[in-house]
Design a binder for this molecule. Sequence first.
Ligand code: IPD
Length: 264
Amino acid sequence: MTAEHLGALAAEIAREAGELARRRRSEGVALAATKSTLADIVTEADREVEQLIRDRLRAERPDDGFLGEETGAERGSSGFTWIVDPIDGTVNYAYGIPGYSVSIAVVEGEPDPERWQGVAAAVCAPALGELFTAVRGGGAWLDGSRLAVSGETPAGALLGTGFGYDPLTHDGDIATVRRVMTIARDLRRMGSAAIDLAYLAAGRLDGFFERGLNAWDFAAGALLVQEAGGLVSRLDPDVPRPMLIAGGRAVHDRLRDLISTSGP
Ligand code: IPD
């Protein structure tokens, strides 16, 4: 199967999974459990949507590996792994805010973000009616339009970020915000890292940074940004909460300089 075929499959499953998430949301959300902290929740829909994605992939790509937020990792034998967040922005989802997404990436190589190569990605935001896609070497797309990250930001960069669910980490994250505001025209905290990165690819944000994201939060969005001409990097990937930085080259590099000197 070519990268284009894998991309078409990712897009088809993301659309189907997004439709299921949207339907379940309209029927009302049932909280299933809390995870790392009280604020870190999982709904019945997260589990059902991940199961749908996993079943579809098992049928279509039985030899591929899988890494999902809710059901964990399974190694494959083909060299490809699917990295899945069934609902990225679960808190938005639970509160009825439309900024949530299904994030699906297929990567090649070791299932480790520092070593894999993104092959194809789809981020479907069903309540916003948008499907972002990318294929390695084939660009990033929103419906029929090719995406490009923004260029010059003379009025300052419109930045996106997020905060982890552990209250103990908030002070450090806020200190980072204070530091990067020197290059910002404004800051958005929208609640789905996958949508933040898709927006960056579309030129709707100029830069993005967040500490402590999991691979399933950024795998698809990172390929969207790279295929839209942007850079994505992680500082100190071996620390417990690595910092992910993304943007067009100029904003990426300025964020990296500011953040790498800002401490933990
Ligand atoms: C979360 C979202 C949020 C980010 C959190 C993530 P989830 O993912 O991406 O924007 O700030 O760090 O955990 O838990 O809704 O899949």
